[in-house]
Write a protein of this length. Sequence first.
Lengths: 242, 79
Amino acid sequence: MRWGVVTFPGSLDDADALHALEALGEPAVALWHKDRSLQGVDCVVLPGGFSYGDYLRAGALARFSPVMESVVGFAAAGGLVLGICNGFQVLCESGLLPGALIRNRSLSFICTTVHCRVEETDTPFTGAYGHAEVLALPIKHGEGCYVADPATLQALEDDRQVLLRYVDAAGRATEAANPNGSLRNIAGITNATRNVFGLMPHPEHACEALCGGVDGAGFFRSVRATLTDGLPTRTASVPPGL
Amino acid sequence: MRAKVYVTLKPGVLDPAGKAIERALHALGFEEAHDVRLGKYIELHVDGDATEAAGRLDDMCRKLLANGVIEDYRFEVGE
């Protein structure tokens, strides 16, 4: 299998994503925003940064780039798409994921390490993790507050599309552990067909011990395992109310 | 045609910037200010007559200028 990492004007973490994949021994190619070709890759990564300067709204303009037309078609055909931070914002603006990401509750840009709990493990992106495993992952964003209307939120919960939630070190999804005001502490969601995943934390910055931890590597390993061995089977969901 | 587009947050969507402005107004002694909501104002020129322009503007708002998940829009078409 082969990975593709998209570079938009204003992307910042495209090189880091390529570096992380290389460190994990994964073959990856760079994809350019003006190109329609996805070069036959098996998983597309939309990296973090400030595509198109975050003008109008974060992620709003990137969705109209030629490469995104191909990514939308690729996702519709079942292709795996991973959106990190600004990539998550692009996925929401493109309609590939429901909801939107707005200004952090604090109004501050946040750059820190947070704890996140893996809510579901029977997806192409989270199969390498344990049930309710708590990860330490870096975040760095100004607009990471996930919002959606009540009906959409309920549908996400009912369909087990919330894959990652902000928690404290003990794994509890408390208000204090919520860095940006995201509804229901949501840090990452998948689509109904579970082939598109967006998250605000940066797994590509957590793949080498030198960078402070390796908790992010599992997302990439999960995709590799899924494409090699097939989709992981279901384990129990995290009980509601935790 | 000149057009003015107003994009505002839907009721109920958290607006931390609006809250911060409200607190600043109160700190300045404008205690009567409440429910501050920060939005966007966009000016543009649209070719065609007013009816045609209005239809196109509605399209522009839905496809790009506003995000229907979190924002409402309205516009005015003038000379």
